[in-house]
Design a protein around this ligand. Structure first.
Ligand SMILES: [Zn+2]
Ligand SMILES: [Zn+2]
Length: 117
């Protein structure tokens, strides 16, 4: 019977290099914050939104632009998805517009309060 004891010395220098790039990958988080992805202008008229609406495919248009385009084709202006004529009020955009308005209002108010003292 042959018993081969290879690691007799027990002195193998096993250098297992950890190839973990998890940390690096974590730096590339994409599209996590949807709110920051909101467009600032209508894709069709390139103006700020008038009565913003959102399609099922999450594209934003003015209500009138969406309807005008819908008369020509039922497909989304941006991605050509079928819209089925569904245009919901773009709550995110409306909220953002309100927030921005509130912020500027608050600033004006704060300035007035400073003047009082
Ligand atoms: Zn528009
Ligand atoms: Zn679309």
């Amino acid at each position: 019977m042959i018993v081969a004891i290879i690691s007799m010395a027990g002195n193998w220098n096993v250098n297992i290099k950890k190839e973990h790039n998890d940390q690096e990958a974590a730096n590339y988080e994409i599209d996590r914050d949807d709110e920051n992805d909101l467009p600032f202008a209508c894709f069709i008229c390139r103006e700020s939104f008038q009565n913003p609406v959102v399609t099922k495919c999450k594209h934003y248009f003015c209500e009138k632009c969406a309807l005008q385009h819908y008369k020509k084709t039922k497909r989304c202006f941006v991605c050509s998805e079928q819209t089925f004529g569904v245009f919901n009020p773009a709550k995110d955009i409306i909220k953002r517009m309100k927030d921005q308005k509130n912020k500027s209002d608050e600033k004006v108010k704060a300035d007035e309060e400073v003047d009082d003292t």
